[in-house]
Design a protein around this ligand. Structure first.
Ligand code: PLP
Length: 422
């Protein structure tokens, strides 16, 4: 047995065999720095996939902030602490004026769960609309909204899923696609109202990343938001993927698409690997919820998390990482569009900023096997990417935000070689 086989056997005997691993032959890393991993054999891999180590793996400033605060004080939020308030002020300063209050949580799931509770209490309704291939977390109420992963929970009676069209796959013109999508959306609202659930919220990721980054018809998002608000519901922007400058032009994904959000949920990149997340909302919604509920969260909003969160924001600002994401994203996107034009099995280049993809299809059908081949072939060339979408046929390239012009050619060369192989 190789060392990998031995560890997999032990993992199966402890974590079980259903805990997923990437790749035909899983990787075992022993260290990482910046955008590079080192595995157990001493081989280096370029990270073109992970968004949690947002300001780079094992970032010095984040590590120092964490260690300094952890060796000084760590305690829950029932004692006053200026560090936590400093961080809350800095974080809120990145949002639109009306989004001026924050609840800290430990995970994106907790944040979405809390946002739904706030929306339900405000609207006195339970109905939720999500997109038709989405993931917002692992709690029981979020499992009932999950359409992108296998869960035994079926879509809840009070939930409806709307289909997100992709102009790259449509033959009809934009106005016709938009009209159909909005008519469908109206029907979902009517169905929630008629069934007595009413409309509490629409919850979605403005990049529609699990949907495979569809190119939306102009006016879809504003149309959806107008309809939810007209029905008395709230809009929850899930920023777990699109937030913290990922799109290269806006700190928050909802700002890029010109959305009015009532609640915004944050997660993955927020703590660079330290588990922290949040719900950002308005004073009115926080007051309404807070006056009726004692919300306490043992670990969330502790001074160590605040120190880490602050270090992430500082690092982003000092290194101008959002601008770097815009520049790198633009170069990568140009190259991806060239690939899409050159190879007939690529239907389109997807994504924005440093969340990019290539949609693989043959004879009008999605081609997940080709996408899988490319992901494995990239791994053999020591570059890590993955794939997404309802058919798993869209390459997913979403590196740490510190991914720079030094690394981009390495990724593009490996990708070109992997595509040539097909
Ligand atoms: C990962 C994810 C979540 C859930 O976050 P956890 O921290 O894993 O609970 C929610 N929404 C989106 C879009 C995600 O990608």
């Amino acid at each position: 047995m190789t060392i990998t086989e031995k560890l997999i056997a032990r993992r199966n005997r402890t974590l079980g065999s259903h805990s997923p691993l990437f790749y035909n032959e899983p990787l075992q890393f022993v260290s990482a720095k910046g955008v590079w991993f080192t595995d157990v054999h001493g081989d280096r891999y370029l990270d073109g996939y992970n968004n949690v180590p947002h300001v780079g793996h094992c970032n010095e400033r984040v590590l120092r902030a964490l260690a300094d605060q952890a060796s000084t004080l760590n305690v829950h939020t029932r004692y006053l602490n200026d560090r936590v308030i400093d961080y809350a002020e800095q974080l809120l300063a990145t949002f639109d004026d009306h989004l001026n209050r924050v609840f800290f949580t430990n995970s994106g799931s907790e944040a979405n769960e809390l946002a739904l509770r706030i929306a339900r209490q405000h609207t006195r309704s339970k109905g939720v609309i999500v997109s038709d291939f989405s993931y917002h977390g692992n709690t029981s109420s979020l499992a009932e909204l999950t359409t992108a992963l296998d869960t035994q929970e079926s879509l809840a009676d009070h939930a409806r899923a709307f289909h997100v069209p992709d102009m790259d796959l449509e033959t009809r013109d934009e106005a016709a696609v938009l009209a159909t999508a909005l008519t469908e959306f109206d029907a979902l609202i009517t169905s929630l109202v008629d069934s007595g659930h009413g409309v509490s919220a629409c919850l979605f990721d403005s990049l529609f990343s699990s949907e495979g980054m569809p190119r939306l018809p102009e006016g879809l998002i504003s149309g959806v938001i107008d309809r939810i608000h007209a029905a008395g519901g709230l809009v929850i922007a899930d920023e777990v993927q699109s937030g913290f400058g990922r799109t290269g032009t806006h700190m928050w994904g909802y700002q890029r698409v010109g959305m009015v959000a009532d609640l915004v949920t944050l997660g993955k990149p927020m703590g660079n690997g330290h588990p922290m997340a949040a719900v950002v909302t308005s004073e009115a919604l926080l007051e309404e919820f807070g006056s009726a509920n004692m919300f306490f969260n043992t670990f969330a909003g502790n001074p160590v998390s605040a120190a880490v969160g602050e270090a992430v924001l500082r690092e982003m600002a000092d290194r101008d990482l959002m601008e770097q994401a815009r520049v790198i994203g633009a170069s990568a996107s140009t190259a991806f569009n060239e690939f899409a034009a050159r190879y007939d099995f690529i239907r389109s280049a997807k994504g924005v900023g440093t969340f990019l993809g290539l949609d693989f299809g043959v004879d009008g059908a999605p081609a997940p096997a080709l996408a899988k081949r490319v992901v494995e072939s990239m791994k053999a060339r020591k570059v890590l990417i993955s794939r997404v979408g309802p058919h798993d046929n869209v390459l997913k390239v979403r590196p740490p935000l510190t991914f720079s012009s030094k690394e981009l050619p390495i990724l593009l060369d490996a990708l070109q070689a992997s595509l040539d192989e097909i």
